[in-house]
Design a protein around this ligand. Structure first.
Ligand code: UGA
Length: 466
C-alpha cells in the first residue's frame, strides 16, 4: 500500500486516483476548483465515464479515496505525487499551455515537507519534465527535501478510461533517476503490463508520437474513403481487408467525420508546433490536420448535393459528443457541422443520449445559432418531419433504431451516415437515399424535391416487410 496524491480531477486525474485507490492505495485527489471537490465529496462526478461513479463511491466508502482543495492536506505523507492537470492549446501556432502544470509544480514545492517522487501524467511538450524539476527546485519551502521527476504519459481513452487504466497495453516511465522510475513501476506491477523505462524526453515523445500516429491512421483511412467513393469501392471492407495484415492492424481504420476530443487535435497541433520550432517541416502532421478538417465539411456537401439549398430545411442530427460513451464536447465535429447547417438557413433537430447539456453549452459558447436548434428527447423525435438525417456520433442506441419508423416519419428520406453505422444495402432497401463515408454508391442523384417518388418505392418495400 502506498500513499498517493493526485493533482487535478479531470479525466486523467480522477480515473488515475480512483483506480490507484481501488488497487489498495491511500489516495488524496487535490483540485483548486472548490465546487468540483464539494460535488465529488457528495459522489457527484464532473464527467461521465462508465464504471467510474461506482468505483469512486466504493473507494470513498472504504476510506481509501479522499478529495480536497488543500495542498498541504493532499501532500501530507504522500510518497508519490501525480500531476494530472490539463495542457490546452495555448498559442495561435498550436503550442501547449503549460500554465497549469507549472502552477501545480509551484504549489507542490511550496507545501512539500518530505522526500517524494513527482510523476507527470499531463501531456507536456518534450523537455517539460525539466521545467517541472526547475520550478519545484526554485520554489521549495524546505531545501533539504529531495524529489525526483518521472514522466508517466497516460494512454487511456475517454469512454473506456477505467478499463484502459486496468488493462494498459504498456506503462511508460521516463526519468533521469532510475531508482524513482522503478518505485513508480512497482505501483503498476499488479496490472501485469509491459513497463518501458526510458529517459524523460523520450517518454514525453512516446505520448505525442502515439497520439499523432493514431490520428494519422484516421486521416489516412479518411483519404482512402474519399478515393473509394469516387472509384466505387467500399472503405469499410477495405479497412477489414487491410486490418488482417498484422503490420497494419484493424484499429483506428474507421472512416468517418474525423477525430475530435481533447487529445488528438491538440496533441497533433502541439507536435507540429514543436517540430516547427525546431526548424523542421512537419508535412505529414499538417496533412493529417487538413484532412481531418475537410472531413467534417463532407456532411454539408453531401446534404447540399442532394437537397440543393438547405434554406428552410429541417436537418435531424443524431449525436453531439465527439465520440460515444462520453458527454465530452471538446472539438466535437457536431459543433462545426451544426454551425454550417444553421448558417445556411436550415433548422436542426438534435438528440444525444448523454451530451445534451454539455452540447447545448458548447454550441452556445462557440457562437452557434442556438435559436435554430431544437434539443429532442429521442431519435424518433429528431427524424419527425426532417428533410434529412445525419448520424454524427455512433452511439449504440442509434445502431438499433426502427429505421422503417424513422423513414415513415421523415419529410424526405435522406440519411447521411457520418460513421458508417448502417448497412448501405439495407438502407437502400428501406427506401432511404443513403450516403455513408467512402462507400462507393455510384453517382449522386440530382436535387430531390420534397415528396419525391422514392416514397413509392418505400411503400412497396414496407408492404413486403409486413
Ligand atoms: C486518445 C487516445 O486514444 C488515448 O490513448 C490517449 O490517452 C488520449 O487520446 C489522450 O491523449 O488523453 P480519446 O481522445 O479519448 O483517446 O479518444 P479515441 O477513442 O482515441 O478517439 C479519438 C477520436 O478519433 C474520436 O473523435 C473518434 O471518433 C475518432 N476515431 C477513432 C475515428 O474517427 N476513427 C477511428 O477508427 C477511431
Amino acid at each position: 500500500m502506498s500513499t498517493i496524491c493526485v493533482i487535478g480531477t479531470g479525466y486523467v486525474g480522477l480515473v488515475t486516483g480512483t483506480c490507484l485507490a481501488d488497487m489498495g492505495n491511500q489516495v488524496t485527489c487535490v483540485d483548486i476548483i472548490a465546487e468540483k471537490i464539494e460535488r465529488l465529496k457528495r459522489g457527484i462526478l464532473p464527467i461521465y465515464e462508465p464504471g467510474l461513479e461506482e468505483m469512486v463511491e466504493r473507494n470513498v466508502h472504504a476510506g481509501r479515496l479522499y478529495f480536497t482543495t488543500n495542498y498541504p492536506e493532499g501532500l501530507d505523507g504522500s510518497e508519490f505525487i501525480f500531476i494530472a492537470v490539463n495542457t490546452p492549446t495555448g498559442t495561435s501556432q498550436g503550442g501547449a499551455d503549460m500554465r497549469y502544470v507549472e502552477s501545480a509544480a509551484r504549489s507542490i514545492a511550496e507545501h512539500l515537507e518530505h522526500d517524494a517522487v513527482i510523476i507527470n501524467k499531463s501531456t507536456v511538450p518534450v523537455g517539460s519534465g525539466d521545467v517541472v524539476s526547475r520550478v519545484i527546485h526554485n520554489n521549495l519551502k524546505r531545501p533539504d527535501v529531495r524529489f525526483a521527476v518521472v514522466s508517466n504519459p497516460e494512454f487511456l481513452r475517454e469512454g473506456s478510461a477505467v478499463l484502459d487504466f486496468q488493462n494498459p497495453d504498456r506503462v511508460v516511465l521516463g526519468s533521469s533517476d532510475m531508482e524513482a522510475a522503478y518505485k513508480v513501476a512497482h505501483l503498476y506491477m499488479p496490472l501485469r503490463a509491459p513497463i518501458v523505462t526510458t529517459d524523460l524526453y523520450t517518454a514525453e515523445m512516446i505520448k505525442y508520437a502515439s497520439n499523432a500516429f493514431l490520428a494519422t491512421k484516421i486521416s489516412f483511412i479518411n483519404e482512402i474513403a474519399q478515393i473509394c467513393e469516387r472509384l466505387g469501392a467500399d472503405v469499410k471492407e477495405v479497412a477489414v481487408g487491410m486490418g488482417y495484415d498484422k503490420r497494419i492492424g484493424r484499429g483506428f481504420l474507421d472512416a468517418g467525420l474525423g477525430y475530435g476530443g481533447s487529445c488528438f487535435p491538440k496533441d497533433v497541433r502541439a507536435l507540429a508546433h514543436m517540430a516547427d520550432e525546431a526548424g523542421l517541416h512537419p508535412q505529414l502532421l499538417r496533412a493529417v490536420m487538413e484532412i481531418n478538417h475537410d472531413q467534417r465539411r463532407l456532411v454539408v456537401s453531401k446534404l447540399s448535393s442532394i437537397l440543393g439549398s438547405l434554406r428552410g430545411c429541417t436537418i435531424g442530427v443524431l449525436g453531439l459528443a465527439f465520440k460515444p460513451n462520453t458527454d465530452d464536447m471538446r472539438e466535437a465535429p457536431s459543433i462545426d457541422i451544426i454551425r454550417w447547417i444553421t448558417s445556411q438557413g436550415a433548422t436542426v433537430h438534435v438528440y444525444d443520449p448523454v451530451a445534451t447539456e454539455t452540447g447545448r453549452e458548447a454550441l452556445e459558447r462557440e457562437g452557434v445559432r442556438i435559436d435554430a436548434i431544437t434539443f429532442c428527447k429521442n431519435p424518433y423525435e429528431v427524424a419527425e418531419g426532417a428533410d434529412a438525417l445525419v448520424l454524427v456520433t455512433e452511439w449504440n442506441e442509434f445502431k438499433s433504431l426502427n429505421m422503417l419508423q424513422i423513414h415513415h416519419s421523415m419529410r424526405r428520406p435522406i440519411l447521411i451516415d457520418g460513421r458508417n453505422v448502417y448497412e448501405a444495402s439495407e438502407m437502400d432497401r428501406l427506401g432511404f437515399i443513403y450516403r455513408g463515408i467512402g462507400r462507393g454508391t455510384g453517382p449522386a442523384p440530382s436535387i430531390l424535391p420534397a415528396g419525391d417518388t422514392t416514397s413509392t418505392v418505400h411503400e412497396q418495400q414496407s408492404l413486403e416487410l409486413q
